[in-house]
Design a protein around this ligand. Structure first.
Ligand code: RIB
Ligand code: CA
Length: 313
């Protein structure tokens, strides 16, 4: 089955790898990329999306979006993880292409309305662009084919706070709107992305298979790997954002559960995703009043990283 997608992203080392998959996979029609601040500032995110597309010799529309969160102040970009340029501080060529004149939210609304029922939104950064698109066109919920979000955590705990995953923490107010909208949403969170570790051997295959794009992916991976080794004691990296595409293309590798999501927007637990399984009673029903969505709970991590390396190798 093929998928026509808009890829919403803050590239970012793991975003870059996922973009490569979106550009290369034969069953993905990449309709456009929309950019957000997150791993980098918004101008750098847009630059990197255009650059990666050019390195793959593709001409994909790139529409620039959110420069910061909806409500709270923006946290500094994590240059120690992704590099100041988002791609491991390696030297990068300039870009020739220019961004789409529309905002990311307008691009999403226009594209979905041109092809109602056909377009899947895959978001792998803070989700302000999806929240803004919902504000522009509240009926979008009934017109998308699917929404896949890399973010959140059900049982795994957080990565930037004890309870919050980075994309949810960076804009919890946007996340609350997007994760509680009545559309067919799947959350691909840390419960599964932490089970996937991409090794140097996988990356060597990717570098060999991707020409100029592969050089950038491998160079940026080396920087990201140093962070994993130093801070987490892991030899390899979690390909968080590629997991969202793995879910879309290979759902057979994942175990999911239906239920209701809420995002904490204020206080010590800001950015935490709370999951109430379908049909489970609690002392009051406040956690079970949002629309039913699907969350990923388990994965065959070895098979996912093989799939990534096979796709790009
Ligand atoms: O928590 C993982 C997410 O945050 C990924 O999208 C990664 O790119 C980082 O920004
Ligand atoms: Ca990301």
């Amino acid at each position: 089955m093929s998928h026509s997608i808009i890829f919403d992203t803050d590239p970012g080392v793991d975003d870059a790898q996922a973009i490569a998959i979106a550009l290369r996979h034969p069953e993905i029609e990449l309709l456009g990329m929309t950019t957000t601040y997150g791993n980098v500032d918004i101008e750098t995110a847009t630059h990197n999306a255009l650059l990666l597309s050019e390195l793959a010799e593709r001409d994909i529309p790139v529409a620039q979006g959110a420069a910061g969160p909806m409500v709270k102040p923006r946290h500094p970009a994590p240059a120690h993880i992704h590099g100041a340029n988002g791609l491991g501080n390696i030297e990068l060529p300039g870009v020739k292409g220019v961004k789409d004149p529309r905002s990311a939210a307008q691009f999403i609304v226009d594209t979905v309305n041109e092809r109602p029922g056909e377009v899947t939104l895959v978001a792998v950064g803070p989700v302000g662009n999806l929240a803004a698109a919902l504000q522009l066109d509240p009926d979008l919920t009934g017109k998308v084919r699917q929404v896949v979000i890399m973010g959140g955590s059900i049982r795994e705990g957080g990565n930037v706070t004890p309870v919050a995953e980075a994309n949810m923490f960076n804009d919890p107010h946007a996340a609350q709107r997007v994760l509680t909208a009545d559309w067919p949403l799947t959350l691909v969170g840390l419960d599964v992305t932490h089970r996937c570790v991409l090794s140097q051997a996988h990356m060597a295959r990717i570098e060999a298979g991707q020409g100029a794009l592969g050089k950038v992916l491998a160079g940026s991976y080396a920087f990201y790997r140093d962070f994993y080794r130093e801070f987490l004691g892991i030899d390899g990296c979690c390909p968080h954002d590629s997991c969202a595409l793995a879910w879309l293309l290979r759902p057979d590798l994942f175990t999911t559960a239906p239920g209701h999501l809420t995002v904490v927007t204020e206080g010590m637990a800001e950015g935490q995703t709370i999951f109430a399984p379908e049909g489970r009673g609690f002392i009051v029903d406040r956690w079970s009043q949002t629309p039913l969505v699907e969350v990923c709970l388990e994965v065959d991590g070895d098979a996912v990283v093989e799939w990534i390396a096979d796709t790009l190798g």
